[in-house]
Design a protein. Structure first.
Lengths: 92, 298
């Protein structure tokens, strides 16, 4: 599988997890844009939702918090999150 | 110099002078001597500083609903004296002028906790002083608070010292400081969060001392997500040189999927509010919440 296909797969998985873990009721995974801002004006998530995302990355992708802390900008959109997960998965 | 600026400077000078006066008295006459000075000073505040008395009344009127206006005023005065003693103790501790005997209830239980945990603090007792007793746990303590919010606390627990095991995590940073909080818990540290005032954070309405108040729920949400316990920290001054620290109550929140998260969190926040309320039945003059947290609940 090439990089783009893997990234697309990760993005889809992240959207499903996001809707499920955060119990988002007004939006489906398909409706989440890759480049929509997760916090603030985009999806309107808050800092407590960020806790859930951190845990979601830990449990589903084996990410470590200390790595995430060095790359806080990855929490901006689904696309940046997917890039980060891909990069870390490849490193491993 | 503008009036406002001049007033600020005068107020600050007065504060420095006051602190110097108390410190000097403490050096010359010990803790009891400094305490004795408190009575006329607090009486002055009780008589002439209406804002100070007003800020104490929301708590006093709910904890002592049977009191009339004179009784509430007198209790506010006693609360000022009690807080003054705590502040003097804090200065004495920082200066190394005194050491306090501290009884820790529930220490063994907390010492055996595996990994990091949330320490849920309240405006009860002198938790700044209590931080020193946590050294026995041999864990780094991260205070989730705005660094500029309490300079006195930073000095009291020597946050800025390189070797200090007390650190500050600011909620104003990206994602509300979630990443450093989660990392601290992951590495087995303690994260201290204030539980009885929202300071603008999200909260839930609960019953506290017979009335509806609003307490924050972030401590329980973080704990449920990180699968770590919440240790409720309560403290009180029990004598001139002694404190009691109570860490016997440990709450283990676990969010059930499919149910309303906020409703579930409310249950644990209410449990904490009940623990705090019961503690205040035994230690009514150790609660220094000079803010109407019940108005926040409306």
């Amino acid at each position: 599988m090439d990089k783009e296909a893997k990234l697309a797969e990760i993005r889809e998985k992240l959207k499903v997890l996001l809707v499920d873990q955060l119990s988002l009721e007004d939006i489906t995974p398909d409706e989440i844009e890759d480049d929509a801002e997760l916090f603030g004006e985009g999806l309107g998530l808050d800092s407590l939702d960020a806790v859930e995302i951190v845990v979601m990355l830990q449990r589903n992708f084996g990410m470590e918090v200390k790595d995430m802390e060095k790359s806080r900008e990855v929490f901006r959109t689904i696309a940046t999150l997917a890039d980060y997960v891909y990069e870390k998965t490849e490193e491993a | 110099m503008p009036d406002a600026e001049r007033k600020t400077e005068t107020k600050k000078r007065g504060n420095r002078l006051g602190i110097w006066f108390f410190k000097t008295t403490m050096r010359l006459a010990g803790l009891r001597g400094a305490y004795a000075l408190l009575y006329p000073v607090c009486f002055w505040y009780a008589c002439f500083d209406r804002a100070a008395v007003r800020s104490a009344l929301p708590y006093v009127s709910r904890r002592f609903p049977e009191l009339g206006s004179v009784g509430r005023w007198w209790t506010a005065f006693k609360l000022f004296v009690s807080q003054g003693k705590n502040l003097i103790d804090r200065h004495a501790l920082v200066a190394g002028a005194v050491s306090f005997d501290t009884e820790i209830i529930g220490y063994d239980q907390v010492a055996t906790l595996d990994g990091g945990f949330i320490l849920l603090t309240s405006h009860v007792g002198n938790w700044q002083t209590v931080m020193h007793s946590l050294e026995r746990l041999d864990k780094t303590v991260h205070l989730l608070m705005r660094p500029e919010a309490n300079p006195a606390l930073r000095k009291a627990v020597q946050v800025d010292a390189e070797e200090s095991r007390v650190k500050i995590i600011s909620p104003d940073q990206e994602l509300g400081g979630v990443l450093p909080v989660m990392q601290a818990l992951e590495q087995g540290d303690i994260v201290s969060i204030m539980g009885d005032r929202t300071y603008g954070a999200d909260g839930v309405g609960i019953r506290f001392l017979g009335d509806k108040a609003r307490f924050p729920y972030s401590a329980f949400h973080i704990a449920a997500s990180a699968r770590c316990p919440v240790v409720v920290l309560l403290s009180s001054k029990t004598g001139t040189n002694s404190y009691s620290v109570d860490m016997a109550e440990v709450i283990r929140p676990k969010l059930a999927r499919g149910s309303d998260r906020k409703m579930q969190l409310r249950g644990w926040v209410q449990q904490y509010a009940d623990i705090l309320g019961n503690y205040l039945l035994a230690h009514p003059l150790q609660y220094f919440i000079f803010h109407d947290i019940w108005a926040d609940g409306e």
